[in-house]
Design a protein around this ligand. Sequence first.
Ligand SMILES: Nc1nc2c(ncn2[C@@H]2O[C@H](COP(=O)(O)OP(=O)(O)OP(=O)(O)O)[C@@H](O)[C@H]2O)c(=O)[nH]1
Ligand SMILES: [Mg+2]
Length: 131
Amino acid sequence: MNIYTTDKIRNVCLLGHGGAGKTSLAEAMAYLGGLTSRMGKISDGNTVSDYGKEEIKRQISIYTSLIPIEWNGVKINVLDTPGFFDFVGEAEEAASAADAAIIVVSGKAGVEVGTERAWEISLLTDRLLKI
Ligand SMILES: Nc1nc2c(ncn2[C@@H]2O[C@H](COP(=O)(O)OP(=O)(O)OP(=O)(O)O)[C@@H](O)[C@H]2O)c(=O)[nH]1
Ligand SMILES: [Mg+2]
């Protein structure tokens, strides 16, 4: 991996309700960024992010994972956080360390209680990317 100066590093956390699709999004980003040569699936237990034994068994994220993606000369450290409230401390820690947050919203369920919580947690970051 190349060496990046601080102006070429972005720390971005993914926040959202449990099961909204954060880990799947991180997986797609890792694939498109060339970190992986195939896109893993939650149901197959082979995503970059959810590699813990319990995470694979339960098909949920339990810990925050850091996925380094190189894109156009910038290193983007994607912090994939768990959405379930039991692990909210992980999301708060990641947001505190991040420059920005991306809130993932389920296209099917829309805004859920975890989405509202994600909004509050995102205020811990330096700034919020609204897409
Ligand atoms: N159809 C469809 N399914 C999706 C999409 N994104 C995620 N899923 C499915 O939704 C489920 C949960 O997705 P995850 O990516 O684990 O969601 P998450 O937000 O990381 O969940 P937690 O980390 O546990 O909060 C998995 O079974 C995925 O296959 C999507 O864009 N379309
Ligand atoms: Mg996840």
